[in-house]
Design a protein around this ligand. Structure first.
Ligand code: F0G
Length: 461
């Protein structure tokens, strides 16, 4: 019966301005990727057709946000936009205090330097590249306490970002609570494939950390996306508004670092939010050394205004359903084509399992880096390596870290591409998959010291 058929839905916006993209020829792509040392970070954007490198800073802003940009109060001190941003953070996230930073890693720098001492341990639900590096630079060691299911790309656990409470408590007992300055909890865990933590698990983590008097610092970069999955999957939240779920998540933590370039729909910006006044005063003092005065940190007034508005839009029900919905659309298309992808499909991108697609390459032959280069060659689609190259080296032994997951990420910018772009991407992935047996690996040609995935160069084996 026609009226019982599932009806199509569309993006909750219409397009007012367009930015042309171009597809260069196969020969030109071969030249471009070779010149980029087979690293998609080193490609020029003009040589990319569909850019799925990252969802960071790549969102399309709304007409409201652009209007807000015109209301920039560029005073050195006490900009009106700072107060709008502060209000938005207090209203939607519930944290008491905040210092603006130019992006997420600047907030990570400040919190790591303020809270971590030499020899400390920082447990977290899987590492993120910049977060872990700042913990290490402050003298700490990151310890992964995520559930084992998170390391298995095929496991269908609905909350793969959950913390293994036994691992966490054993670590606290082993190291002693004074060696653990905080527990680092990310919502929608990036390196696990954009997987959520459940509210129930977060409540348990809160209970455990309260018992040992250890704070929780929240990496809230994709908190609204996590909230969407809680609404979809967790009992008791079906009818809870996204904004209430977001606030409840934040209320279970003591502070947060935010890369506002993701969930919060701006091209640049971030902040450190805290509930502890003394720590906040220290952060305010540190921000003037590294970023700028505490009422702008690393941001222009206009950028703070766009962010305040972006926060409001990010928790809108229609927005978040369409945002995650588009990622699910691409993921399901790839699953129908029997392409090995991380399951369940994540919130901000689809992660291809390079170990499974290129089983003939060892991890030293950099399967994910290789696959990202091949995908660019096929149709000019840019993706990001999330495997051994991203995992870096062990600072003590100097050896490669070999992560269980060897992935490439097709990251979907918010409000930028259409369903037709997603179809083109899926077809290109399928074309590469069909030629997978002929693909040979890569080796390092140049390797910088920090966050090597950004600037390394590779050569064909
Ligand atoms: N935390 C998470 C979970 C992130 O995904 C990122 C950035 C950061 C912190 C750092 O924030 O870039 O504003 O300094 N992720 C980007 C990405 C780079 O492509 O996933 P930043």
């Amino acid at each position: 019966m026609a009226d019982q058929r599932k009806r199509s839905w569309a993006e909750p916006y219409k397009i007012k301005m367009v930015e042309p993209v171009r597809m260069i020829s196969r020969e030109e792509r071969e030249k471009a990727i070779k010149e980029a040392g087979y690293n998609t970070f080193l490609l020029r954007s003009r040589d990319v057709y569909i850019d799925l490198l990252t969802d960071s800073g790549t969102s399309a802003m709304s007409d409201r946000q652009w209007a807000g940009m015109m209301m920039g109060d560029e005073a050195y001190a006490g900009s009106e936009n700072f107060y709008h941003l502060e209000e938005a953070i207090q209203k939607y996230y519930g944290y008491k205090y905040m210092v603006p930073t130019h992006q997420g890693r600047a907030a990570e720098h400040i919190i790591s330097q303020l809270m971590i001492n030499e020899g400390d341990c920082v447990p977290g639900n899987m590492y993120f590249t910049t977060t872990k590096l700042h913990q290490e630079l402050a003298g700490g060691t990151f310890v992964d306490v995520i559930i084992d299911e998170a390391h298995d790309p095929e496991n269908e656990h609905p909350f793969k970002a959950n913390v293994d409470l036994t691992k966490l408590e054993d670590l606290i007992k082993e190291k002693g609570q004074d060696k653990i300055p905080y527990v680092s909890i990310a919502t929608s865990v990036n390196m696990a494939g954009g997987q959520p933590i459940s509210m129930a698990n977060l409540k348990e983590v809160r209970k455990l950390t309260n018992k040992y008097d250890i704070p929780i610092i929240h990496d809230m970069t994709r908190v609204a996306e996590n909230a969407y999955f809680i609404k979809q999957r967790e009992n008791g939240y079906e009818d809870t508004p996204i904004k209430d779920i977001v606030r409840e998540i934040c209320s279970l933590t003591d502070g947060a670092t935010m890369s506002a370039k993701k969930d919060a729909l701006v091209n640049i910006g971030g902040f450190l939010a805290l509930n502890d006044q003394e720590l906040f005063r220290k952060a305010q003092n540190m921000v003037v050394v590294y970023e700028g005065l505490h009422t702008y940190g690393g941001m222009a007034g206009r950028d703070m205004e766009a962010l305040a508005i972006g926060i409001t839009e990010s928790v809108d029900e229609d927005h978040i359903r369409a945002r995650v919905g588009q990622v699910q659309y691409l993921g399901e298309k790839l699953l129908d084509m029997s392409i090995p992808v991380v399951r369940p499909i994540g919130s901000h991108g689809v992660f291809l399992n390079a170990k499974k697609i290129l089983p003939h390459l060892t991890q030293d032959e950099l399967p994910a880096q290789t696959l990202a280069a091949e995908l660019y060659l096929d149709a000019g689609i840019r993706s990001m390596e999330r495997g051994v190259v991203s995992a870096g080296r062990n600072p003590e032994t100097g050896k490669h870290n070999y992560p269980a997951l060897e992935l490439i990420r097709l990251t979907i910018p918010r409000r930028v591409y259409t369903q037709a772009h997603m179809d083109v991407v899926a077809e290109s992935v399928e074309a590469v998959y069909q030629q997978r047996e002929d693909i040979t690996g890569l080796a390092f040609d140049y390797e910088p010291e920090y966050l090597r995935f950004f600037q390394s160069r590779f050569k064909k084996l």
